[in-house]
Design a protein around this ligand. Structure first.
Ligand SMILES: *Cc1c(COP(=O)(O)O)cnc(C)c1O
Length: 496
């Protein structure tokens, strides 16, 4: 299996090169040249196997330049033992007949980013070996919250890697800050930046592309690498849990072979829902893909009108991981649906020059055929958290609540009563103030840990260990840097 770029379909690379490079030189994203499919027999066999063996089956289809042994080692390192609470990493919960919530937040940082970021470091180091590079990989991440912590946990103490995370000093939640300041591991560094997320992100991009920095790094046998969500090595692990959901539904006798089910995904950068689309291409009988957005509903508008327009206000919401106006992975879907790198280049050029593009008629039709989209307001999101607790004794986070609201709208609009899997992307304890506020019907402020204890006492739902354990942990990383000093901070951290 080879990979091409969404902006140059003549290019051909192996999966290890796609993972090592992260992004293609001309700015496109790597995608497989064809999509492998599972047979009925393979699905039936997987239904009786573990999550890890299911992961190996999916990885083997896509990463054909790796040996089965290498992939098995990577998958075991990622998902075995206590990392995901010693349970199924992605369990289904049926809160009402035919309505299943798939919980993807049992990993070390309590958000679904762990599903991919626990595996990526192992795929990356194996890829680097395959590409015959001996360099230590230095991972630079700018984060607005969830990604940084998940990347730190994924790369911590992975041989051959170092990771540095930059976050805006006042731009993340108290709990997210604590999670990063107390990070353990011998190869990690966390730096607060005076500025906002964009400042941190721009600073990281500058370091990445500075040729003098690159030269100094090479002299010390190091090179930069990315754990960004456009890396193919982050997308392929996400296909696994959709395959697993189908297998678990079969195993539990909830659906019959090949019976279609719908999937609802709370969406930001379009990575998670794209993985569901890819799972469908591989033979998982997914019906409609329902794309749920918050008040920043640029994707709702795109799927419903074919017009992508980022010239609009940006809102901060109680589901911050979906506060996004540029959904990078959408480019992969568009390439898949229209099959033309020329069109992708034109539309992406329009997006960067005018902030807007309009799909052509065939693409609009295909979008409407496979997808359905809507959004939830802040009030609606809070109402769902309240209702789910009151009616189903189920405590959900703000992102999951957005998905549940849009799912209700879908049922009402279409009458489609098929079985449905709603993807749950974070633990409610990661967004405690808003979840507690929704239950008590008034805004909450104060100490995050006190609020988390109150939420736990109120609902009887235990606080996840990774969050409970933070309270007593000493801060390791307290340095704050000006944007102008980020480069120097990198050199100092790397002892150069
Ligand atoms: C990242 C994130 C999302 C959005 O996922 P995408 O793959 O970017 O669409 C949704 N919920 C949570 C909790 C997240 O951390």
């Amino acid at each position: 299996m080879t990979y091409q770029s969404t902006r140059n379909s003549a290019l051909r690379v192996q999966s290890s090169q796609a993972i090592m490079n992260g992004i293609s030189a001309e700015g496109g994203l790597f995608v497989p040249c064809e999509f492998p499919a599972f047979s009925h027999r393979e699905f039936a066999a997987m239904a009786g196997e573990s999550y890890i063996s299911c992961a190996v089956n999916v990885l083997e289809k896509f990463l054909t330049d790796f040996t089965g042994r290498e992939l098995a080692d990577c998958a075991s390192a990622a998902y075995s033992g206590e990392k995901f609470g010693g349970e199924h990493p992605a369990p289904l919960f049926e809160y009402k007949p035919g309505r299943f919530i798939q919980e993807l937040w049992h990993g070390p940082t309590c958000a679904f980013k762990d599903m991919a970021l626990q595996l990526l470091p192992h795929l990356l180091t194996a890829s680097v070996k395959k590409q015959q590079s001996k360099d230590t990989q230095v991972i630079l991440v700018a984060t607005s919250g969830d990604t940084g912590k998940a990347a730190l946990e994924g790369f911590r103490d992975v041989p051959g890697t170092k990771i540095m995370v930059f976050y805006p000093e006042d731009g993340v939640s108290v709990l997210q800050k604590k999670q990063m300041m107390t990070q353990e591991g011998g190869n990690v560094a966390v730096l607060a930046v005076r500025g906002n997320f964009d400042d941190a992100q721009t600073g990281v991009k500058k370091i990445f592309t500075d040729s003098e920095t690159g030269r100094r790094l090479a002299q010390s046998a190091m090179s930069f690498s990315s754990a960004n969500s456009i890396n193919w090595g982050r997308l392929v692990p996400q296909i696994v849990y959709y395959v697993r959901a189908y297998c678990d539904l079969i195993k539990a006798g909830k659906i019959t072979k090949n019976e279609r089910f719908n999937v609802v995904v709370p969406t930001g950068n379009f990575g998670n829902i794209l993985a569901a689309y890819y799972a469908k291409k591989m033979g998982v009988p997914v019906g409609r893909l329902i794309c749920a957005s918050n008040k920043n509903h640029i994707l709702t508008d795109f799927i419903n009108t074919g017009i992508y327009d980022r010239n609009r206000a940006f809102y901060t919401t109680m589901s911050p991981s979906m506060d996004i106006l540029i959904s990078s992975n959408l480019e992969r879907l568009i390439f898949d649906l229209c099959g033309s790198d020329q069109k992708v280049r034109d539309w992406m050029a329009q997006l960067s020059s005018e902030g807007r593009y309009e799909a052509d008629a065939p693409l609009k039709e295909k979008l409407a055929e496979g997808f359905w989209a809507d959004f939830a307001t802040e009030e609606q999101t809070a109402q769902v958290i309240y209702d789910m607790w009151k009616n189903h004794n189920y405590l959900c986070d703000t992102h999951t609540a957005v998905a549940l609201h849009v799912f209700d709208k879908y049922r009402e609009a279409t009458g489609d009563m098929r079985n449905t899997v709603i993807v749950s992307t974070a633990s409610p304890f990661k967004f405690t103030a808003n979840v507690l506020g929704a239950l008590k019907r008034e805004p909450q402020t104060g100490d995050e840990f006190a609020m988390a204890r109150e939420l736990s006492a109120l609902t009887g739902v235990p606080m996840p260990e990774p969050i409970a354990g933070l309270a007593g942990k000493p801060d390791r990383f307290t340095g704050v840097f000006d944007v102008a000093d980020m480069n120097r901070a990198v050199f100092e951290t790397l002892d150069m």
